[in-house]
Design a protein around this ligand. Structure first.
Ligand SMILES: O=P(O)(O)O[C@H]1O[C@H](CO)[C@@H](O)[C@H]1O
Ligand SMILES: O=c1cc[nH]c(=O)[nH]1
Length: 235
């Protein structure tokens, strides 16, 4: 058992899907995995392991934000030997040509979090997706006929920004959408030499104000989950 995950060695697969929402983790386990067994309930941050097309896969809620996902990614890699981490998250669109329910692959994750500045003595580390996982996801999306956008995303520490125009500078530089964890996931994966990718579904539109409700965020993101699972097993 690690500090935040109550599992034994061998309970967690080498590939883990990472939704922020623990209830989305349960929905994925119940609807996409065979013979899923719950291995974690510490802090209500559910984790399950089952199989997908015969391959062991785990799904672990991470909570919201850089500190929370950093704890789960660190323990999964260092205490349970996880090698591939695929975030399946929701995001808010920054570009007019991106629509609610579109899927975005985070090639890179800019951030306003200060954690990497502290870690790299105020220098700027560029967190990027694993090339192999990224190219696999692009090719699987083609096979599954799932349209994709891919590019730079913003990992923000702020969900409710006091400045309604904050997004505009990022949007001008081509950032596709905002979420709250990918930069931390990519940085920790780089530190420990494992693979990571963030696959995001647009649930809110920062420019138009459109959004989908909490139940849909938990249960309707099927394309993203199918793409993550097909990318994970690579067959
Ligand atoms: O849907 P999840 O994976 O939680 O991701 C997004 O949703 C949360 C904010 O509502 C943040 O965690 C953000 O990154
Ligand atoms: O971080 C997030 C996630 C979803 N939607 C947003 O607007 N921001």
């Amino acid at each position: 058992m690690s500090v935040h995950i109550q599992a034994q060695q061998g309970d967690i697969a080498e590939t883990v899907l990472l939704p922020g929402d623990p209830l989305r983790a349960r929905w994925i386990a119940e609807n996409f995995l065979d013979n899923a067994v719950q291995y974690n309930n510490v802090r209500g941050m559910y984790g399950f392991t089952g199989t997908y097309k015969g391959t062991p896969i785990s799904v672990q809620g991470t909570g919201m934000g850089v500190p929370s996902i950093s704890i789960y990614a660190h323990e999964l890699i260092n205490d349970y030997g996880v090698k591939q981490l695929i975030r399946v998250g929701s995001a808010g669109a920054y570009q007019k040509d991106i629509k609610v329910r579109d899927i975005v692959l985070a090639m890179a994750a800019s951030t306003n979090s200060n954690i990497n500045r502290i870690h790299f003595n105020q220098d700027s580390f560029a967190p990027v997706a694993d090339f192999e996982l990224f190219t696999r996801a692009v090719s699987k999306a083609g096979l599954l006929d799932i349209p994709l956008k891919a590019g730079n995303v913003l990992t923000s520490d702020i969900f409710y920004d006091a400045d309604p125009d904050y997004y505009k500078r990022w949007a001008e530089y081509g950032v596709l959408c905002v979420e709250m964890e990918a930069a931390a996931l990519y940085t920790i994966a780089a530190r420990f030499g494992v693979r990571a990718l963030a696959i995001l579904t647009i649930t809110d539109h920062v420019v138009t104000g459109e959004s989908i409700d909490a139940v849909a965020r938990e249960k309707s993101l099927k394309n993203m989950v199918n793409l993550a699972l097909e990318t994970a097993i690579n067959r």
